[in-house]
Design a protein around this ligand. Structure first.
Ligand code: TEU
Ligand code: CA
Length: 556
């Protein structure tokens, strides 16, 4: 059994291939495009690339509905292109993670096409099928992208479960043959030499037997089944089996996406004996501002209270120190742009604010993830019309809450979408100021953020004071300084609603990290005077005066 802790020293860069770089001018980003941009990533200094799904897919949910796990989506290129990208990544001393989406498949996957034909065929038990109850769905669960979590198939006279879209049927992990099939897929890619997996909603693979009804919020149609689907009874067992059968035979890293996980659970999933995964993605800090009307769930346009953000991140820092491992992220393909969400994208402050957020996150203990464009301070796209959206989650939510249930006004819902939609993260990468931003020579599959002439990689690479070079510095400091990687953590002034300040301590080195989350100049005294300034996003200033969105790090 191999074991290695390189994941603790690594910085990961997430690539959304569809929106990263188009190489053949069909308007869609692709594998050869990523290969062309390796020098850029090398320059940023990241160690690991994670690619969102690149498998054959009908793209109901942009690749998270996989029709063939061992084929490359023609939009992205060929298997040969993939192998070339993998070796080029390795030649550049970087590693490559694939997205493993095995809670569900596409309804176009061969297994499902067979499974739905009858109740007795070799694939009949590959998915979660149940008889109707009194002519209705087997239970009251709603799906993540709205509507029921069950769809009826006349050929079988049964319903199948889908926690996401109807085109994303859930696999039946209780069936040992399904698990072996998944392990085979994993070996297929690992044997090509990839360096690990990001595992999509992997904490939903073990459902509570009996699939009981979930609680229904007043005024809602469907019940919330998450307590019976997330972190279920056999999850640790399944992960340990996967680890024994597959993961432990390779020198790789793993990160499991786990909505609803607590630090206590994460200590098991990322436990230090290496029997499950290396780390998880938790959702707490990106779920702090729900709508007061709980039927609307994540849809809101409210700022997050800084004390709550600090409390949440601190709970994970303290909760996993010495007993598990954190992943650190502000952004991914499902989250709005961090600078717009947690600080400001006002042009007067955007650069400072992006650097401040980077500092806050990158000085924590754990493995940091940078989502494409975050290193440029890319912003939300600020759409005002429904037609501008593309994402299934956003479109279904509008349909449900505005048109069907009429619980929110169109203008209000558009404000919520503009603040929270996943599409904010999915506009094409902004490479330069030319037409189509250097992403493609033709019109991209999804419109660019109109601010690309102001915010783009070419401009930032020419400006030593850019967000890009600041992120480069953050990565470099992490590589150099063990206290950033391994130090213990202590939050200062938990109730301060303006500043996020904390200490990191490792083998006699103490770091003091100070972040002003406001557009105001404020006075704060910690132990700055005793320290040596390691990093600042402003020119030298007065010791206790913090300028708007200023970040400072001292070695005490
Ligand atoms: O997301 C899991 C998940 O919980 C999502 O519902 C996420 O919380 C939501 O997009 C934010 O409101 C993963 C993938 O990252 C996402 O892109 C997929 O759509 C989803 O799984 C289904 O595979
Ligand atoms: Ca292309």
């Amino acid at each position: 059994m191999m074991s290695s802790n390189w994941f603790k020293d690594a910085v990961v860069y997430q690539i959304y291939p569809r929106s990263f770089q188009d190489s053949n001018n069909d308007g869609i980003g692709d594998l050869n495009g990523i290969k062309q941009r390796l020098p850029y990533l090398k320059k940023l200094g990241v160690d690991v690339l994670w690619l969102n799904p690149i498998y054959r897919s009908p793209d109901v949910d942009n690749g998270y509905d996989i029709a063939d796990y061992e084929a490359i989506h023609p939009d992205f290129g060929t298997m040969d292109d993939f192998e070339q990208l993998l070796s080029a990544t390795h030649e550049n001393q970087m590693k490559l993670l694939m997205d493993l989406v095995v809670n569900h498949t596409s309804d176009q996957h061969r297994w499902f096409q067979e499974s739905k034909k009858s109740q007795d065929n070799p694939y009949a038990d590959y998915y979660i099928w149940r008889d109707p109850v009194d002519g209705h769905e087997p239970n009251n669960w709603g799906a993540s992208f709205n509507g029921s979590a069950w769809t009826y198939v006349p050929e079988r006279g049964q319903y199948y479960l889908h926690l996401f879209a109807p085109e994303q049927p859930d696999l039946n992990w209780e069936n040992p043959e399904v698990r072996q099939q998944v392990y085979n897929i994993m070996r297929f890619w690992l044997d090509k030499g990839i360096d690990g997996f990001r595992m999509d909603v992997i904490n939903k693979i073990s459902k509570v037997p009996g699939l009981p009804n979930g609680p229904i919020t007043e005024g809602e149609v469907y019940g919330d089944g998450s307590r019976f689907t997330d972190n279920g009874p056999r999850l640790n067992e399944f992960l340990q089996e996967m680890n024994r059968e597959v993961l432990s035979h390779y020198d790789i890293m793993t990160v499991g996406e786990m909505p609803g996980a607590t630090p206590e659970m994460a200590r098991k999933y990322s436990n230090l004996d290496g029997s499950e995964l290396n780390m998880i993605f938790q959702f707490e800090h990106v779920s702090l501002a729900g709508n007061p009307d709980s039927r609307l769930g994540k849809w809101n346009d409210r700022p997050v209270k800084l004390s709550q953000l600090k409390h949440s991140l601190s709970r994970w820092q303290e909760g996993l120190d010495g007993s598990g491992w954190n992943s650190l992220y502000w952004n991914n393909h499902d989250q709005p742009r961090t600078v717009s969400r947690f600080a400001t994208d006002d042009p007067g402050y955007r650069v400072k604010a992006a650097k401040m957020l980077g500092t806050t996150l990158h000085f924590l203990q754990g493995t940091p993830y940078i989502y494409q464009g975050e290193e440029l301070g890319m912003t939300n796209v600020h759409y005002t019309k429904l037609e501008q959206y593309e994402d299934i989650e956003s479109l279904n939510a509008y349909d449900e809450y505005v048109k069907k249930e009429k619980i929110v006004k169109p203008q209000t819902m558009l404000k919520y979408l503009s603040h929270m939609s996943r599409d904010n993260a999915r506009t094409p990468m902004q490479w330069d100021e030319t037409q189509n931003a250097g992403f493609s020579e033709v019109e991209p599959w999804f419109a660019l953020n109109p601010n690309y002439q102001e915010i783009n990689a070419k401009k930032e690479l020419l400006d030593q004071d850019s967000v890009f070079y600041y992120y480069q510095k953050l990565v470099e400091l992490r590589h150099q300084c063990p206290a950033i990687r391994y130090g213990s953590y202590q939050l200062l002034d938990p109730k301060d609603e303006q500043v996020f300040a904390y200490l990191r301590e490792y083998q006699g080195t103490t770091l003091l990290v100070i972040n002003n989350f406001t557009a105001e100049t404020i006075e704060r005294d910690y132990d700055q005077g005793k320290g040596k300034l390691l990093l600042d996003n402003y020119p030298k200033g007065e010791l206790s005066r913090l300028r708007p969105y200023e970040s400072r790090v001292y070695i005490l």
